[in-house]
Design a protein around this ligand. Sequence first.
Ligand code: GCU
Ligand code: CA
Length: 138
Amino acid sequence: APTRYEAENSPAVCSGTIDSNWSGYSGSGFCNGPNSTGGYAQFTVNASAAGTATLGVRFANGTTTARPANLLVNGSTVQTPSFEGTGAWSTWVTKTLSVSVRAGSNTIRFDPTTANGLPNIDYLDVETGGSPPAGGLP
Ligand code: GCU
Ligand code: CA
């Protein structure tokens, strides 16, 4: 199972406010970043070994305009995901992304690239090291 990192729990950093006014979030709230570039949501995640990590970022975007962002791993932009409108601020969707991580602590950060800022971000699920196939290893 992935490890869940809630956006409202340290050492995660939300440059905006932790809000709870839209239902359906996990934990005690979600990160509402400012509607501007320069805001961010950052997670600190642990990987037992270097390799590919599968990220599941749960977000809501109640507008009809996608909100693109740079995805930074340990300070370097590795992808530019775009967070599409989800239909309502209370409709949460999980976007899956694959990134390379190093063994130990990694920072995973979303920096919005438009003045609309980030979507609301609920949590980051992280699966490292893959998992054995159903039925066990051959
Ligand atoms: C509304 C909504 C917020 C959201 C914001 C935005 O204010 O209530 O939860 O973060 O729009 O556009 O980012
Ligand atoms: Ca916002």
